[in-house]
Design a protein around this ligand. Structure first.
Ligand SMILES: Nc1nc2c(c(=O)[nH]1)N[C@H]1C(S)=C(S)[C@@H](COP(=O)(O)O)O[C@H]1N2
Ligand SMILES: [Mo]
Length: 459
């Protein structure tokens, strides 16, 4: 592994440090110890946990640097010199010190990089918005950078009576229509799918990183259907079709479209969609699994029954106990994950930590998140950070003073419809352990005495 697949190393935040802690942070800053710890951790991930543990101890008991008088001001160049000129090559980039924050494919997960996934680094993100360059990717047949001037959206009926005026739209035409901007999460139905049977991956990037959250801008699909003279009494289903080689087609029920929530989206986080995320046009279907958010959207057909496309009858079905399949299980149920502390991170010292994570539900708003640090024996409510929006990621935070003993950190979300995130035991009792999709079980992170955090499942 080239770089650690984990996030930031944890340490107590500056404003909670005692005198000794302040000395330690000063010493780290003077001799670049923090960088040393970061790179030591990279090596530890590749070769086992021992190095991480000893570097954690080194940080807890720093040796004062030799030579130099810490009382003499040594102003750094960035305080005394002239900075860089304005960025003239146009598009800004993150600091070079953040180059470790990347989306990553899971080695060996897929045979080709075209039909594959790259996971968002949830452990390194703040708030609820996923920077567009870190949005997870899922392609069935590779991504394209399609010329928007050549792209078209066709809207037709399954027969002539279903829709009075079939139309072909250019992107410019769509962008002249009244638009809305809304924050929503998109989660692949297979997110956390590797964990159905047992613990499979080390970090929350790999266990939960097939979710992202953006502000999407576009035209409500219902508006365009009305423009085309759709018969909404008979036309109760829409087929959405992508322009890539995967023949991605999905049925969307009119009940979702009528609410105005389903968007023909061209915008993502204030700019045009990224090519990987469907540029120049994708369907946004809030609360529904990612596969229905058809990218490179080229056609919408209105019909009177579900289409039974290949990605709804052969794939994206759940194998239940007793050999029965669940079909058309599109909704993403209530779910949450603690992103700090999470698998692959190291707590450098006992003391205060802000337990932080993300919660979401395809049914609406999150109303409560409870946090446990003792494997679910005791729970207490976390603080929900506003804004709390429907079918959107919600950030939660909870105070925790780590006593240095092993701990089992968990979060449990509840949504406005009263649905509560299940334990693995409860979920498997109903759904077995052979599904790929819709695993919304409570995640547990095991904080070890060394400070290392591991992915575990409780019986
Ligand atoms: N045209 C097209 N649309 C598609 C796909 C695809 O391969 N082709 N993949 C689907 C799946 S399975 C998911 S999870 C989401 C992923 O969206 P993202 O790559 O923007 O994260 O897009 C969906 N839409
Ligand atoms: Mo997906």
């Amino acid at each position: 592994m080239d770089k650690p697949a984990s996030g930031r190393l944890l340490k107590a935040p500056e404003n909670f440090l005692d005198a000794q802690g302040i000395e330690r942070v000063k010493a780290e800053a003077r001799d670049g110890r923090r960088d040393f710890i970061r790179s030591a951790f990279a090596a530890a991930l590749a070769g086992g946990g021992a190095a991480a543990a000893s570097s954690a101890q080194a940080a807890a008991n720093p040796v004062p640097p030799e030579g130099g008088d810490p009382n003499i001001l040594n102003l750094p160049a960035h305080t005394t010199g002239l900075g860089q000129p304005v960025v003239t090559d146009g598009y800004g980039k993150p600091s070079k010190y953040e180059s470790n924050v990347q989306r990553r494919p899971s080695p060996g997960l897929t045979q080709t990089a075209q039909a594959s996934v790259s996971f968002a680094p949830l452990q390194s993100l703040f708030g609820i918005v996923t920077p567009s360059g870190l949005h997870f990717e899922r392609h069935h047949q590779g991504w394209w950078d399609i010329d928007p001037s050549k792209h078209r959206l066709m809207v037709n009926g399954s027969d002539e009576t279903m829709l009075k005026r079939p139309m072909v739209f250019t992107l410019d035409e769509l962008m002249r229509l009244p638009s809305v901007s809304r924050f929503h999460f998109i989660e692949c139905g297979a997110n956390t799918g590797m964990e159905w049977g047992n613990v499979a991956v080390p970090t929350c990037q790999y266990s939960h990183g097939m979710i992202s959250c953006s502000e999407f801008t576009g035209v409500p699909l219902i508006h365009v259907l009305n423009l085309c003279g759709a018969d909404l009494k008979r036309g109760r289903f829409v087929l959405a079709e992508g322009a890539d080689g995967s023949s991605m087609t999905r049925t969307i029920p009119m009940s979702l479209i009528e609410s105005g929530e389903v968007l023909l989206a061209y915008g993502q986080n204030g700019e045009m969609l990224r090519p990987e995320n469907g540029y120049p046009l994708r369907l946004v279907v809030p609360g529904v699994q990612g596969v229905s958010w058809v990218k490179y959207l080229r056609r919408i057909e209105l019909g009177d029954q579900p289409y039974g496309a290949k990605d709804e009858v052969m794939h994206y079905i759940d194998l239940m106990p007793g050999g029965v399949h669940r079909q058309y299980t599109s909704l993403q149920e209530v779910k949450s994950v603690v992103t700090t502390p999470s698998g692959g991170q190291v707590l450098l010292d006992k003391g205060y930590y802000n337990v932080s994570g993300l919660a979401w539900s395809g049914r609406g708003r999150i109303t409560q998140v409870d946090v446990s640090v003792d494997g679910g024996r005791n729970w207490r409510p976390a603080r929900l950070q506003g804004p709390v929006m429907s079918k959107c990621l919600t950030r939660f935070n909870a105070d925790w003073v780590w006593d240095g003993k092993p701990a089992l950190v968990m979060s449990r979300a509840t949504d406005e419809t009263g649905h509560v995130q299940p334990t693995y035991t409860a979920l498997r009792a109903v759904r077995g352990s052979r599904s790929i999709y819709h695993n919304n079980a409570i995640q547990t992170w095991h904080v070890q005495e060394s400070g290392e955090v591991k992915n575990v499942q409780l019986a």
